[in-house]
Design a protein around this ligand. Sequence first.
Ligand code: NAD
Length: 264
Amino acid sequence: MSRIRVLVSGAYGRMGRFVMNAVHDARDMELVGAVDPAGVGHAVSEILDIDTELQISGHLAGSLDEIRPDVMVDFTVPDVVMDNIEAALTRKVACVVGTTGFSPTDIQVVQNMCHRTGTAAVVAPNFSIGANLMMRFAKEAARSFDYAEIIERHHEKKVDSPSGTAVRTAELMAQAREEAFEQVPTEVDKAPGSRGGTVESIQVHATRMPGYVADQEVVFGGPGERLVISHVSISRECFMPGVLLAVRKVRSLEGLVHGLEHVL
Ligand code: NAD
């Protein structure tokens, strides 16, 4: 069976490097392209301890035309991800996208692009298996509690807040209920924003500091009890099994699949 030819977009970034390593180590995949304007000209073997002659290119469209990969994996930044997806899908290259910061409209646009081009994409705000189970459990618990808040903790270099995982968790929790969660506004607001931001009637609190990769707690309150569902990532390695699974499956899917839970 021929190996899946994978191009990594955002190759010079923290996630891109992990993805290149994981793809290189996967027996059924071949790392055929690396794109990132920040790393142009660097040999991949300079930044990772892997045996490859690949160089990082700065031009996605040109690389897609030249290399014709089967799948593009994108871990870049919210400002460029839509253009990257369009560049890949219009060339019939399936997409696995981990970049966060998608609005509901962006998701709709990607869905339309997938239908127009007849090419599939997986967009997942979190590729960790544990985090996806956390989201599933939170959705289940959302039916039984009227009070819920989300606390997410990430490293200080994360550009968006709240995290895509927190937003997705809140969406799934809201889908599970007919009524909004109870709102608890404080009478005296001494520091505006201290109650967090609201996503789907759920207060979401985002902390940013060194010492974290990506943690999240979903807290449910009820009379005389509290349920805390907690997920802790200790290394970006935790995202790789989910990314590789999506790379393996994406070409057999139809349209846009939003969320790893639909691929698992
Ligand atoms: P990072 O800043 O280390 O890397 C982003 C890289 O994208 C940079 O090297 C940057 O130069 C590059 N880039 C910018 N414009 C580009 C373009 N036009 N084409 C190609 N590359 C371009 O960030 P990171 O920590 O690697 O995270 C990347 C994204 O992945 C973020 O949105 C983050 O929230 C998300 N993330 C998702 C998951 C998940 O499981 N879905 C997990 C971790 C991080």
